[in-house]
Design a protein around this ligand. Structure first.
Ligand code: DGL
Length: 274
């Protein structure tokens, strides 16, 4: 039994797909969320910069004495190898659990991956999937504009622009006849209803945020780290830019008003010597 909080981070609003699952499946846990809205997007940046940002994000969360850290970010999980290797706490990234879920879900051994440019260029999902089953064909597509759609709240089911952009991104995956698509960036589950409509309901969508939370749950149980008190967990949200924009969209994504729990943090204070 461990009452310390779980730290979750992402470049912005994407990691809320993990928070949403955490509130549902780990309701007793306290959560400290960090969204690096001052520096979003990560996925178009170099590996070196993403690694530095990830180290600072982790350094910020380590101040809260977290019992577990979740990189709710496909980009960090894919390329910030150095940052990840230095985490002292139990740690969950999104690539492995999402790849495992996709391998279980596919029937025709053809999996598509939608991710940021950094994620797709790293081939992280391809490697993780083919480590489990080398016969699976993996097609990847970089979808950087989907991050902006979410950060700007253009996610309504009937948003024509979102639908057109998704149609264009998803076309090569459908041409490759995939039966399963990994939403390889945690921003994308927020667009799942549109993606599902465009892809057709026969295609399995793998939600990276949800899969990371299932992995976190397993670790809490295996290492006796779960918070077994019967209180409902609190979630606090730290953001590296104006909190209003974040709260407004977060309220819609989470279906609850988190405005008074959103606080600004100057992430530059967590810069580490190179
Ligand atoms: N949500 C992130 C991911 O999972 C990062 C998106 C971005 O900042 O480009 O890849």
């Amino acid at each position: 039994m461990d009452k310390r909080p779980i730290g979750v981070f992402d470049s912005g609003l994407g990691g809320l797909s993990a928070v949403k699952a955490m509130l549902k499946y780990l309701p007793n846990e306290d959560i400290i969320y960090f969204g690096d809205t001052g520096r979003v997007p990560y996925g178009t940046r170099s590996e070196k910069i993403i690694d530095i940002y990830a180290k600072e994000d982790i350094a910020f969360l380590e101040n809260f004495n977290c019992k577990l850290i979740v990189a709710a970010c496909g980009t960090v999980s894919s390329v910030a190898k150095n940052a990840i290797s230095q985490v002292k706490e139990p740690f969950v990234e999104v690539v492995t659990p999402a790849s495992e879920a996709a391998v279980k879900a596919t029937k025709n051994n053809k999996i598509g991956v939608m991710g940021t440019s950094a994620t797709i260029n790293s081939n992280s999902y391809l490697k993780a999937i083919q480590k489990i089953n080398p016969d699976i064909h993996v097609s990847g597509v970089s979808c950087p504009m989907l991050v902006s759609l979410v950060e700007n709240n253009w996610i309504d089911d009937d948003d024509k622009i979102a639908v057109e952009i998704i149609k264009r991104y998803i076309k090569p995956l459908l041409a490759d006849d995939v039966d399963t698509i990994i939403l390889g960036c945690t921003h994308f589950p927020h667009l799942a209803p549109i993606i599902s409509r465009v892809a057709g309901n026969k295609i399995n969508l793998i939600d990276t945020g949800y899969e990371a939370v299932m992995k976190a749950k397993q670790i809490l149980l295996n290492y006796n780290l779960a918070n077994e008190s019967h209180h409902l967990g609190n979630a606090d949200y730290y953001i590296s830019d104006k909190t209003q924009n974040f709260s407004q969209i977060a309220n819609t994504l989470l279906g609850m008003d988190i405005s008074d729990r959103a606080k600004f943090v100057d992430i530059n204070k967590f810069q580490l010597p190179e």
